[in-house]
Write a protein that binds this ligand. Structure first.
Ligand code: OGA
Ligand code: MN
Length: 292
């Protein structure tokens, strides 16, 4: 059966059917998925109950799978899945029980509730993030995706002019510090701050993107308060309903997002419900403007 696309809207998000992600992808299917991601930014593959190895193999079809975050930050908490290539983003402790609100595994994922593009704080960020739900919660727990191309297009002219040449300073611990997550100095400096233009071009679609998320610590050439207020406004603009797709998870869903043209955030859920999710990320090949 050929791969079939069902767009959710004309230019953002499509459902993909007719492909079994447990099997190695044919060259044709791989290319069709890349092309669909170029257009839609986010792809939803329903009913894919994958082992962690199959999830990694799927990610590997699109480039090198990232291991830096697991090695630098996540494994000091626990390594339930025993792999550097899969991040455990579940609220589950090392023994397999639901981790409560106070558990470090739960606390460390709170930062995911703020709009971000994975790895925007890195010199070499993430291209594709692939999430796979093992279980799903009843209330909340959606992952929302916002289209940074549509967000750029809908800026008013004055704002577009204001940010045209601006450079943001992105820092991994911008949200974690705000949340008072007690990381060590070593962890806080694990990823040095990097600079990115606030307007970039998405290679897959040739469209401009508003490159701003919760990791923006400051904007060059602006006072810290002015830069932070502007960042807050831009993120509010990005998160407007017309730019957003909200994914309500079912077990077996795989969602693949192109971080070069989207941001995402996880929504609140009830801590006693089991939300078991895995993530694989591929590394991009475009560097930042350098350290800040
Ligand atoms: C992530 C992330 C959101 C979620 O793992 O990178 O942003 O809904 N997750 O868990
Ligand atoms: Mn994320």
């Amino acid at each position: 059966m050929p791969l079939k696309l069902e767009p959710v809207s004309e230019k953002f998000v499509a459902l993909v059917r007719g492909v079994d992600l447990r099997e190695p992808l044919s060259g044709e299917d791989r290319d069709a998925i890349v092309a669909a991601c170029d257009t839609y930014g986010v792809l939803v593959f329903p009913d894919q109950l994958l082992s962690k190895e199959e999830l990694v193999a799927f990610g590997n079809s699109f480039g090198e799978v990232d291991t830096t975050l697991q090695k630098k930050l996540m494994h000091r908490i626990q390594n339930r899945l025993g792999m550097d290539t899969v991040t455990d983003i579940s609220n589950v402790d090392a023994e397999g029980n639901v981790a409560g609100a106070e558990h470090w595994q739960t606390i460390t994922t709170v930062g995911n509730r703020f709009w971000h593009s994975d790895g925007s704080y890195k010199d070499l960020p993430i291209r594709y993030s692939i999430l796979n739900a093992v279980t799903a919660v009843g209330y909340g727990g959606e992952t929302q995706y916002a289209d940074l191309r549509a967000a750029y297009d809908s800026l008013d002219d004055v704002t577009r002019e204001l940010i045209a040449e601006k450079v943001g300073i992105f820092w991994s611990h911008n949200t974690r510090d705000w949340l008072h997550i007690p990381d060590s100095e070593e962890e806080r400096s694990a990823f040095p701050k990097v600079k990115w233009p606030l307007v970039r071009t998405h290679p897959g679609s040739g469209r401009k993107v508003l490159w701003c998320d919760s990791k923006v610590y400051a904007i060059e050439g602006m006072s810290i308060p002015e830069g932070r207020a502007l960042t807050h406004e831009l993120i509010e603009h990005i998160g407007q309903r017309e730019h957003v797709y909200s994914h309500k998870w079912k077990p077996g869903d795989v969602v693949m997002a192109d971080n070069r043209c989207t941001v995402h955030r996880g929504r609140r859920f009830i801590h006693s419900e089991r939300r078991e999710m895995r993530r694989v990320e591929t590394v991009d090949d475009v560097h930042s403007l350098g350290p800040a």
